[in-house]
Design a protein around this ligand. Structure first.
Ligand code: SAM
Length: 319
């Protein structure tokens, strides 16, 4: 329960270890918009406690195939703005102007895929999860969705892809193997693009305090290699020298408590937490805490949620 966690952390350890750094660094990247000095310090203390607490770690392969969660994912995750797709396409067009084929790995139900359909002759979304692919749209003629692994795209001929992208999924993928597969399928001059968003911020301070508390409970339920990859996104270098990144874009939308709870339902740490603690109603706790915070704030029935967005892009050399 979230209250138990507060009691625990108030007497928690601040022991430093490499593992603790994974958690704090992941949070520093994912919640850099929260990061007042106090918040980071508090976070560091809390996460040190959690790292010690957590002997249980769910393998990521157990997380992805869940029909209810995939439906929540399709319905409640933020959509990407046109600016996101446009930024990636303009970078790609400079050195691979055909725009004949794009591949989106870890595509989920397709929110990172479909915005490219207006630019590319064909785009293929690939995801390891059957339930995520089952929720992807079927009515976009030049958009195809397939169940498969990001690092094993046998159905794509070498050297035929203009854009290889990964939206909000790169931290879940086997990094080096995925780069190797991108290198195989990309044309010379083709682009690899990794993009995604961080933990959200609410414009109502009482709600934001609550959201921070919830995420500090959930961060340890990310698999360890995923946390490590999130940390690396801070300074991630793609395998090609001609590369760029932007951290300027944002996604935002107004949410009621129920809409925010639905969004949380789509997150993997919630699923991992449920597998680890089947008797607990984490989503019910989140709903109660947010309702109480919003009532206290007198801000009305909803709040503005903002996600910071990053895009990292690089071009495969021509020779
Ligand atoms: C957070 S979701 C991102 C979905 C979507 N691209 C978006 O922008 O919201 C991460 C996705 O990566 C998928 N995934 C995890 N490991 C994968 C792998 N090795 N190959 C392909 N997809 C994978 C998961 O099933 C999940 O749908």
């Amino acid at each position: 329960m979230i209250e138990d966690y507060e009691e625990f952390t108030s007497r928690g350890s601040t022991r430093e270890s490499a593992e603790n750094h994974y958690f704090t660094d992941a949070l520093r990247f994912s919640a850099r918009n929260w990061a007042t000095e106090d918040a980071v310090k508090m976070t560091s203390d809390h996460l040190a406690s959690f790292a010690k607490l957590m002997s249980y770690n769910v393998p990521s392969s157990a997380l992805f195939d869940d029909e209810e969660q995939s439906r929540a994912y399709a319905e409640s995750r933020p959509s990407y703005t046109e600016e996101v797709f446009h930024t990636v396409v303009e970078f790609c067009r400079e050195s691979s102007p055909d725009l004949s084929l794009a591949v989106d790995v870890g595509c989920g139900p397709g929110m990172s895929t479909i915005g490219f359909a207006t630019y590319f002759q064909k785009i293929i979304g690939v995801d390891i999860s059957e339930t995520q692919i089952a929720c992807a749209p079927r009515n976009i003629p030049n958009c195809e969705f397939k169940v498969g692994c990001a690092h094993n795209l046998q159905f794509i001929t070498s050297g035929t892809v203009d854009l290889f992208c990964s939206g909000q999924s790169f931290h879940w993928l086997p990094q080096e193997e995925t780069f190797a597969e991108a290198d195989r399928v990309l044309k010379p001059g083709g682009t690899i693009a990794i993009f995604g968003y961080d933990l959200s911020t609410a414009d109502v301070p009482e709600v934001q305090a609550c959201i921070q508390k919830i995420w500090m409970k959930l961060i340890p339920f990310y698999p360890r290699d995923c946390i490590q990859a999130l940390h690396n996104l801070h300074t991630r270098n793609l395998p090609y020298p001609d590369q760029t990144r932007t951290d300027e874009l944002k996604l935002s939308r107004r949410c009621t408590v129920q809409q925010y709870v639905d969004f949380m339902k789509s997150t993997w740490p919630i699923r991992a937490h449920r597998l680890a603690h089947p008797g607990e109603d984490m989503l019910g706790d989140i709903a109660s805490l947010l309702t109480e915070a919003l009532e206290k704030s007198e801000a009305g029935n909803d709040f503005l949620v903002t996600w910071n967005f990053y895009i990292i892009m690089a071009r495969k050399p021509r020779n």
